[in-house]
Design a protein around this ligand. Structure first.
Ligand SMILES: [Zn+2]
Length: 230
């Protein structure tokens, strides 16, 4: 069913008509209700091809801007197609502080490309981010990273054919121009695989080292207390 903005009744939205969406602010998959709707009168006068509506996230009350294509102008109402463009996409998160500085800068831009649906720009930035990570790792680091990615493929049960472009982006020997073109699905796999690779190579090591340091600190403190009270 299309969304209707009526000259007299405004937007007709029943409860079951609400939109479900991953909120770009709180990251929750939540219902969205129309909060700010253009007046039908103005739309009927200007007859734009697209119409912007502001919805409100049920989980965090943040405003979420969506753009709809107009299906039809009638005498007293405007009908919109149900599918929409999200003008703000949810940001991809990562524990960036564990990455080497250079890798962090490149990977942040990669994730920004992904959030904006620029999947081949995303792939190019993934190549740069992974090359920078291999430089930062000690000798044998690239091989270890490769093994982590193979394990990820195995855990996720992705067949070799589907996985080939992902491997080509991360480990391919060719130049930048030889990168394969990725679609949305492949970019999604690349995203998860690279996040996992960075996690295994940097985040896990960083977290574990820090946690053990803290444990040792408390053991030393306890020993000092015991000595003091003896
Ligand atoms: Zn929200």
């Amino acid at each position: 069913m299309a969304i209707v903005i009526d000259r007299d009744q405004g937007i007709k939205s029943e409860l079951e008509d609400r939109i479900g969406l991953e909120c770009p602010y709180c990251g929750v998959y939540a219902h969205m209700q129309p909060q700010s709707v253009p007046e039908a009168q103005m739309l009927l006068r200007d007859r734009p091809k697209h119409v912007g509506l502001v919805y409100k996230c049920d989980a965090c009350n943040a405003p979420v801007f969506l753009r709809f294509a107009v299906r039809e102008y009638q005498d007293n109402k405007v009908e919109l197609y149900r599918n929409f463009v999200e003008l703000e996409r949810p940001k991809e998160r990562f524990a960036f502080s564990y990455l080497p500085k250079h890798t962090e800068a490149l990977f942040r831009e990669a994730l920004s490309c992904y959030s904006n649906n620029n999947f081949n720009a995303f792939a190019s930035m993934c190549r740069r981010a992974s090359v920078s990570a291999f430089h930062a790792l000690d000798e044998g680091g690239k091989l270890r990273a490769f093994e982590e990615v193979m394990t990820a493929q195995d855990i996720a049960g992705i067949d070799d054919e589907a996985f080939a472009p992902i491997k080509a982006v991360l480990f391919g020997a060719g130049s930048h121009e030889d990168l394969p073109l990725l679609n949305r699905a492949q970019a999604g796999i690349l995203l998860e695989v690279l996040k996992d690779m960075f996690y295994q190579c940097f985040v896990r090591r960083g977290k574990l080292t820090r946690a053990i340091k803290v444990r040792r600190f408390f053991v030393t403190e306890a020993d000092n207390d015991n000595l003091a009270s003896a």
